[in-house]
Design a protein around this ligand. Structure first.
Ligand SMILES: Nc1ncnc2c1ncn2[C@@H]1O[C@H](COP(=O)(O)OP(=O)(O)OP(=O)(O)O)[C@@H](O)[C@H]1O
Ligand SMILES: [Mg+2]
Length: 302
């Protein structure tokens, strides 16, 4: 087990990292969220999913959102996507308030959302044709985006012929093809096995490096957040409020051998502390009191 005592604070940044954040802050703001609140009606009254959420994301910035289950991560991203209405506050893209879903925001969900009856290429062409491109243009664009995600050879395959990781690569190609200003990703690698997930993280960073795209990425995996993000927005539960906005001091380009670097571990430890606060004695007792023993007390089961 790693201990955090010998680590530097995540607040300490090398000169190179400081310069990178200074440059990011100089870039135009793509997404601005002001005093966002989201409440749902429910049988027991209302559920307040988000309260007074404020943040900005600059062009080509990669921001991860993390928080305990039920803290409002999906509510946040669905509201940003225009799939849910806001209860209070405002969301601006390039300074303009959003009004429902739009081509300026691409979305990748956890579940596989490709059309099963269309080939990989036609899945990517779908949005392009809807946006008014001719069939020929849409086809050549789709092939270019499939090439970018390394799946040009699978253009004529159907989704059921692809692995989970490949399906998500097509979903990424499909979202990027319509050239959104920001890519909104809700736990896109959550259903993948650990090894594929790690590969997809590196792959996503490669894609991000090669194109002009801003990313908001929801996860509940601490390593994933620290590995991918420029900044991590930590939400707290009930209602979802911003707890901390962490500037990740790990230099870029990111590589897997940074996972044990002091900067990585210090950041991970801080996020862990925020989303897994120590269990109080009362809570601990409550949990053990509820565990029902289904073996005889005399059975030695350990
Ligand atoms: N359509 C809805 N109607 C009523 N309540 C909802 C609705 N969607 C979400 N909620 C409630 O809002 C709160 C936040 O839910 P949300 O799905 O945004 O959390 P989450 O952080 O994405 O959770 P998870 O980590 O499990 O994906 C929860 O209390 C949930 O029950
Ligand atoms: Mg969710």
């Amino acid at each position: 087990m790693q201990t955090t005592t010998a680590l530097t604070s995540y607040l300490e940044q090398s000169d190179e990292v400081k310069a990178r954040f200074a440059a990011i802050k100089e870039r135009p703001v793509i997404l601005e969220v002001n005093h966002l609140g989201k409440t749902y009606p429910s049988h027991q009254g209302t559920v307040e999913a988000l309260r007074d959420v404020n943040f900005k994301i600059h062009r080509r910035e990669f921001v991860c959102v993390i928080g305990p289950s039920g803290c409002g991560k999906s509510s946040l991203i669905r509201t940003l996507a225009g799939l849910e209405t806001v209860t209070s506050g405002e969301i601006l893209i390039d300074g303009n308030p959003i009004d429902g879903p739009g081509q300026d925001r691409g979305m990748v969900f956890q579940g596989y959302t490709l059309f099963p009856w269309l080939t990989v290429k036609k899945n990517v062409m779908f949005g392009l044709e809807r946006a008014g491109k001719s069939r020929i243009e849409a086809e050549s664009d789709a092939l270019m985006w499939l090439d970018l995600v390394g799946l040009d050879k699978f253009a004529d395959a159907y989704p059921h012929q692809l692995s989970g990781g490949m399906k998500q690569r097509v979903a990424i190609a499909r979202s990027l093809a319509t050239q959104p200003r920001i890519l909104l990703m809700d736990e896109p690698f959550g259903a993948l096995d650990a090894q594929t997930r790690t590969k997809m993280q590196s792959h996503l960073l490669d894609i991000w490096k090669n194109i002009d795209i801003t990313v908001l990425f929801i996860t509940h995996d601490l390593d994933e957040a620290v590995f991918l993000a420029d900044r991590i927005l930590v939400l707290k539960a009930h209602p979802g409020e911003v707890q901390e906005l962490i500037e990740v001091p790990v230099p870029r380009p990111r590589t897997l051998d940074q996972l044990n670097s002091p900067e990585f571990l210090a950041t991970r430890a801080r996020v862990d502390e925020l989303i897994h606060p120590p269990v109080t004695e009362e809570e601990g007792e409550d949990i053990s009191a509820r565990i029902i023993r289904l073996t005889k007390v005399t059975d030695n089961v350990e």
